[in-house]
Write a protein that binds this ligand. Structure first.
Ligand SMILES: [Zn+2]
Ligand SMILES: [Zn+2]
Length: 450
């Protein structure tokens, strides 16, 4: 066993040596690199008449070969010849620690397809582009090539010096791009990966601002009162956001209002449980679900919570590609969870995109000091946490899904720097927040922080 590994290690060493010798007057090609995502020179290492010739990327030192279907360079087999820290291996949250066996084969596998053709990167040339407004995000993420890999790949795009953070903990941990990686090549690959789980992710403008303000509001739902929609049709968007738009009238008239559409199916499922308006109804619904819920993975609540986090990572990616606009983010229920995870990712950047945040009935933990400090650091204005002690949905469903280990922010005061607003006197349950939006905004402005 050791001998075998030694022999392969030996061949890697001689490969590196060959690259050194080959450099200088060796032929080169200019092409996109599936390791680092750069458009750069690749130097010929081994020329082959039958089969594809071996190259090395001049930017990252990764071994490359031509894609079977285009002129992009696919990942070749062998070791990196660069300075060693150019392209660290990074995989998605679905497989936070890859086995040594998987790594072994990955390093020795010559790929047939470039990262555009295997679906890991939508379009190399767009990976670092900015967007003028949120409506351009869908175009940015549109694949340039047909995906030939059959099954959707789960491995996230490897970019040079990938900067990533793990957000959340335990079974709810996800990875997000961080710092300059967010809004760059690393974030592009991660967002692309998460979008496969949330195909209806979409920003829809539901109000055109009266003035050309450089400030926009994004509203995010956490449950839908709709029977089993697979997707939400375009003509339904205005109905589904009417409560937001009318609730915000008089407060945000100058600004564009965007609705972030995400995973309508999960939100409708959740909506049907939360629609059980009496405590007894919720208890009945939740006890029916308890076996599923307690098994954690594979239950609808778990998957909705995780998808909210992924949606948050994609939201952070979208916001960090905008320029010159500031945002107010408002989220209800799981929508507040989306925002919270977006803020944690955004806090790793130097730039600030978010002015104010309003979380209503938030399905996100309220006790972790470090997480709230992180989320608060991404906000230049105020992070409002609006809660009601009457929220039986959060009390039962949320806490059970978290095995009673996490207390939701929508049920009580969260850690600083959250500015907590107790709405117990006028919020009777989880589903009535948006209907009481004018009253909530009045209370916020009355407190002198808006
Ligand atoms: Zn490269
Ligand atoms: Zn290709």
């Amino acid at each position: 066993m050791f001998k075998k590994v030694g022999r392969i290690a030996g061949s890697v060493t001689s490969y590196a040596g060959a690259v050194k010798q080959a450099r200088g007057d060796a032929p080169t090609v200019t092409a996109w690199c599936s390791w680092c995502g750069a458009h750069c020179l690749h130097t010929l290492v081994t020329e082959r008449i039958i089969g594809r010739s071996d190259y090395v990327c001049d930017n990252c030192g990764g071994p490359t070969v031509k894609c079977r279907y285009c002129d992009n360079m696919a990942r070749g087999a062998g070791a990196f010849n660069g300075d060693g820290d150019q392209a660290p291996d990074y995989s998605s949250s679905d497989e936070p620690t890859k086995s040594k066996v998987a790594n072994y084969f990955k390093e020795r596998w010559t790929n047939e397809l470039c990262s555009e053709h295997d679906g890991t990167v939508p379009d190399f040339s767009k990976a670092t582009l900015r967007i003028a407004d949120l409506s351009e995000f869908a175009d940015l993420m549109k694949p340039r090539q047909k995906n030939y890999s059959g099954a959707a790949k789960k491995a996230t795009f490897v970019a040079g010096k990938t900067l990533a953070v793990t957000l959340g903990g335990g079974p709810f941990a996800i990875a997000a791009a961080a710092g300059s990686g967010l809004g760059g090549r690393a974030g592009y690959g991660i967002a692309n990966n998460y979008l496969k789980d949330i195909p209806d992710y979409n920003f829809v403008k539901v109000q055109e601002g009266l003035s050309a303000s450089r400030h926009s509001v994004i509203v995010i739902n956490g449950l839908l009162s709709k029977k089993n929609p697979q997707t939400v049709r375009e003509e339904e968007w205005f109905d589904l956001t009417h409560d937001w738009v009318s609730g915000l009238r008089g407060t945000y008239d100058d600004d564009d209002i965007w609705h972030l559409n995400w995973d309508a199916k999960s939100l409708a499922n959740f909506g049907s449980w939360a629609g059980a308006s009496t405590g007894a109804g919720i208890l009945a619904a939740s006890s029916g679900l308890s076996n599923l819920v307690l098994s954690v993975s594979g239950n609808p609540w778990y998957s909705a919570m995780l998808k909210a986090q992924k949606t948050g990572a994609i939201l952070a990616e979208a916001l960090s590609r905008t320029e010159g606009t500031t945002f107010t983010l408002m989220g209800h229920s799981l929508g507040a969870r989306v925002i919270f995870f977006a803020l944690m990712a955004l806090s790793t950047k130097d730039e600030r995109y978010v002015r104010d945040v309003v979380l209503m009935g938030g399905a996100v933990g309220r006790d972790k000091v470090k997480s709230w400090e992180k989320a608060g650091a991404a906000v230049t204005g105020t992070l409002y946490n609006c809660y009601s002690a009457n929220d039986d949905t959060l009390r039962h469903l949320y806490q059970m899904a978290n095995a009673w280990l996490s207390k939701p922010a929508g049920l009580g005061a969260a850690m600083p720097p959250a500015f907590n607003i107790d709405c117990t006197d006028f919020i009777s349950g989880h589903t009535v927040w948006k209907a009481n939006l004018p009253q909530l905004l009045e209370r916020i402005s009355g407190l002198g922080k808006a």
